[in-house]
Design a protein around this ligand. Structure first.
Ligand code: ZN
Length: 170
């Protein structure tokens, strides 16, 4: 059943994600990964389900420009963690991961498009890390979506027509 709502959601997702998916190269060897992202293993930024998909298709979901920014942030502020302990859905997610988190089909998430991560630091509390993330620039780019949560900070590079970030607390 086509409703206006489902159509507009589909349209928004299409407009948002297609250019990102298309502009991002999808393959990278393990050696290239290690050289470019010395601080992040593939497992640290992919959920187990998303990783299975990567292994099946050989095509990356994570946006490399986004991961370049995380690596640069890590170089600036010290250890940054994405997936840690039993929390394995803080980086790239599979749609089914999102289903388990929200208990419904919710595909409108930047985690699914590989341009978002929930991060924490071993050096700073989230309140200390928050201003550093807000002020962070890499090649003149910054995170365009930043969400402050009790034990993590959500960062993403959502496309924005206006300058500046989208901030929220959760
Ligand atoms: Zn998030």
């Amino acid at each position: 059943m086509w409703t206006f709502k489902s159509f507009s959601l589909l349209f928004v997702s299409y407009v948002y994600f297609l250019p990102l998916v298309c502009s991002n190269p999808l393959t990278m060897t393990k050696q290239e990964w290690k050289a470019r992202y010395p601080s992040f293993s593939i497992e640290e930024v992919y959920s187990p389900r998303a990783l299975r998909r990567l292994n099946q298709t050989g095509q990356h979901i994570i946006n490399f420009e986004f991961l370049d920014m995380l690596q640069a942030l890590r170089n600036e502020v010290g250890p940054i963690y994405v997936n840690i302990g039993q929390h394995r859905r803080r980086g790239v997610r599979d749609p089914y991961d999102n289903y388990l988190i929200y208990n419904k089909n919710w595909n409108y998430s930047f985690h699914l498009a590989g341009i978002a991560a929930d991060i924490s630091s071993s050096k700073y509390s989230v309140d200390e890390l928050y201003p550093k993330v807000k002020n962070f620039r890499f090649n003149n780019k910054r995170f365009t979506g930043i969400g402050l949560y009790p034990t993590w900070i959500h960062v993403d590079i959502r496309p924005r027509t206006e300058p500046g970030h989208v901030f929220w607390t959760g």
